[in-house]
Ligand binder design. Sequence first.
Ligand SMILES: Cc1cc2nc3c(=O)[nH]c(=O)nc-3n(C[C@H](O)[C@H](O)[C@H](O)COP(=O)(O)OP(=O)(O)OC[C@H]3O[C@@H](n4cnc5c(N)ncnc54)[C@H](O)[C@@H]3O)c2cc1C
Ligand SMILES: NC(=O)c1ccc[n+]([C@@H]2O[C@H](COP(=O)([O-])OP(=O)(O)OC[C@H]3O[C@@H](n4cnc5c(N)ncnc54)[C@H](O)[C@@H]3O)[C@@H](O)[C@H]2O)c1
Length: 442
Amino acid sequence: MKKVKNIIIGFGKGGKTLAKFLAKKGEQVVVVEKSNQMYGGTCINIACLPSKRLIIESENGMEFSQAVNGKNEMTAFLRDKNYHMLADEKTVTVLDGQASFINNHQVKVKTENGVEEFEADRIFINTGALPIILPIPGLKESKYMLDSTQAMDQTQLPDNLTVIGAGYIGLEFAAMFARFGSKVTVLDHNQEFLGREDDDISQAVKKDLEDLGIKFELGVDIEKVADNSNGAEIFFTKDGQRVQISADRILSATGRRPNTQDLGLKNTDIATDECGFIKVNDELQTSVDNVWAIGDVKGGLQFTYISLDDFRIIKSQLFGNGQYKLSSRKNIPYSVFINPALSRVGLNEKQAKNQNIDYVVKKLPVAAIPKARVAKDTRGLFKALVDPKSDQILGATLYGIESYELINQVSLAISQKIPASVLRDQIYTHPTMSEAFNDLFA
Ligand SMILES: Cc1cc2nc3c(=O)[nH]c(=O)nc-3n(C[C@H](O)[C@H](O)[C@H](O)COP(=O)(O)OP(=O)(O)OC[C@H]3O[C@@H](n4cnc5c(N)ncnc54)[C@H](O)[C@@H]3O)c2cc1C
Ligand SMILES: NC(=O)c1ccc[n+]([C@@H]2O[C@H](COP(=O)([O-])OP(=O)(O)OC[C@H]3O[C@@H](n4cnc5c(N)ncnc54)[C@H](O)[C@@H]3O)[C@@H](O)[C@H]2O)c1
């Protein structure tokens, strides 16, 4: 049994950033990663970056298989860069293997050459999440079913793609495959499309996606999937009617579950919630002393920037003044990378009404923004909620081109308590989408 100062299980965003930070402090770190195709974690290899690369190529009109090849080159480059970022540090060991707990403070790693055992002062669990495949009869068994990783590795573009799930992955992939040329149908059991967004926003998004050729079947109950010789039949009920559709590929995009099944948590006192996510306190400590959980595996919002922010919490606890905690984190922005992108931070009207919060709503159609004319894409709507007494921005929903950049400005304004009038009166370069704030906050 080797004694080490720090073990990080999983090469995810928060974990790798922590490993680099600890290395700079001269601390010994063992980073265990079970796949040599996953150095750098989910985001760079099979999630954010490859999907956004393919989305951009679909918008550029590139042929699908060429786009997949380019994406693979990019991920190989990033994987290598990430590996060396840690492995080249004197005090870091990147160990290829599957880690599991022997007990609360000991971990074994199954490698190609056998099993190595470690006892660590600190253990950080950063093992991420895996796709949920619903227990729909025939779905798991279907040879035409893909998860998001497999969908990005197809050599041939599907002719007919059925997407199960109208969430982040479902919508981003539906739009991407539709642009590459697939005929796309999206099924969701929720009747409401983008139910947490304001109705004017969700309707505008749905219309634009329908204009791309995507068909939505909402409020469906999927009964079964049955393979035939060249595809699958999907059977569902909608409004009491039985419906059957055909697809040559099915993308399953119904959420992600914690990646803990091989972690040996049963050998420890690490508590999990009813969905298996590792329970943590405000400082990201698990129910066992000196064991922390970072990123998707601990539940809550599943974004790369949340995993990175988890690192900041741990840094604050171990090396700072301890003041930065989970509860310090407020108003997390997000972007759905459809085209145009949908981005939001803070409250929307639905939430402000529900919470009885006084607000004025500011609206600007994207068609009123000169840059949108220049870019030949005038679709969308910008909305912001402002507190009429304090002039503080309560939230913004930006549906339009470049909103994934703009939302970070609004997010900064909210977190730094910069009033709406400052964004209204700011000098912006021209022609840009940012100058829309001159009018939006007027
Ligand atoms: C298709 C898709 C698109 C996405 N797009 C975005 C986006 O645009 N923006 C965004 O912010 N988020 C996006 N996300 C979410 C984002 O990818 C995740 O929130 C983020 O990658 C989670 O990182 P993490 O730090 O939790 O760990 P991960 O990066 O998931 O790392 C976990 C690592 O642990 C390894 N591992 C697991 N178990 C073991 C074990 N027992 N032993 C050793 N190693 C192990 C895994 O192989 C993996 O490399 C997307 C997700 C998907 C699926
Ligand atoms: N742009 C981004 O930041 C981005 C992009 C992709 C993924 N992600 C992250 O990845 C996570 C996983 O994405 P996701 O799209 O798989 O999950 P999601 O939770 O966003 O969406 C899941 C969808 O599946 C639907 N669903 C659930 N059960 C169903 C059933 N029985 N029949 C039909 N539909 C059903 C839900 O109604 C929901 O619309 C997200 O939570 C997100 O944090 C982020």
